[in-house]
Design a protein around this ligand. Structure first.
Ligand code: ZN
Length: 253
């Protein structure tokens, strides 16, 4: 029995699976990750500064650059990959309790998953930091195309940003609570494509394991949770997930 065979069996016999997904999930869809060796933040600390809420509120130039980044974000043209589709199959099979994702690209929903908890928010909506007005991002980006470089809230004139969680912003409490509850109820947690270095998202692994679930890490680099994982699978997520969910062909060497 290889590790892959073990995991395939665990998935097949699981009653309730939760998937915790991170940037590695979307790299095969052409969306670069942030913390990997080729990650945006690794190569450009400036990009990380752009993700701080304090800088965003204080500096109009940061906002203008952020808006340009949103307009050009690869998420608008990205398509779900075979890894996303494997999780759709798992949900259709009735055994996927939830996906708790650190990704903001909306690709799980595009693939067809319905039980998606976006821990770090979504780039597909904009939100006013003052009055909370939310709208589809397309509506706000249209104002950019029409010439506004830092579009203020149409209702109150407040500062608008994407409905994503920046550094210095708390997670949405209801979303985190739902993810924590799901992690406490699952018997298998698949942590996929996450460095498991960002909390509270990574802490879902602790929640699951402390409630008796088995943890499987699918990531191409070691994580702080490998020690309490039943196994860590290396390899390309778009190959590994279909293989362990039991759809598609076997993993090619
Ligand atoms: Zn407003």
């Amino acid at each position: 029995m290889t590790d892959l065979d073990d995991v395939r069996e665990w998935v097949a016999s699981a009653r309730a699976v939760v998937a915790l997904t991170g940037a590695g999930m979307s790299t095969a869809s052409g969306i670069p990750d942030f913390r990997g060796p080729q990650g945006i933040w690794t190569r450009s600390p400036e990009a990380q500064r752009l993700s701080s809420i304090d800088e965003y509120v204080a500096d109009a130039e940061v906002r203008r650059r952020s808006w340009a980044g949103r307009r050009d974000h690869p998420a608008w043209h990205a398509e779900p990959n075979a890894g996303h589709r494997a999780l759709v199959d798992l949900e259709h099979g009735g055994r996927l309790l939830a996906i708790a994702t650190q990704n903001i690209d909306g690709l799980h929903q595009r693939a067809g998953n319905e039980q998606v908890l976006e821990l770090h928010g979504s780039i597909r909506e904009s939100i006013c930091l003052s009055c909370g007005d939310r709208r589809p991002m397309g509506e706000t980006l249209a104002r950019l195309d029409a010439g506004e470089s830092d579009p203020p809230c149409l209702l109150c004139g407040g500062i608008v940003k994407s409905a994503t969680i920046s550094f210095g912003q708390p997670l949405d409490r209801a979303v985190l609570a739902a993810a924590t509850y799901a992690a406490s109820r699952c018997d298998l947690l698949l942590a996929v494509g996450s460095s498991l270095s960002v909390h509270p998202a990574a802490g879902l692994c602790d929640v699951a394991v402390s409630h008796g679930a088995r943890l499987v890490v699918v990531n191409d680099a070691p994580t702080p949770y490998d020690g309490i994982a039943a196994v860590r699978l290396d390899g390309r997520i778009e190959d590994v997930l279909p293989a362990v969910v039991g759809v598609g062909s076997d993993l090619t060497p």
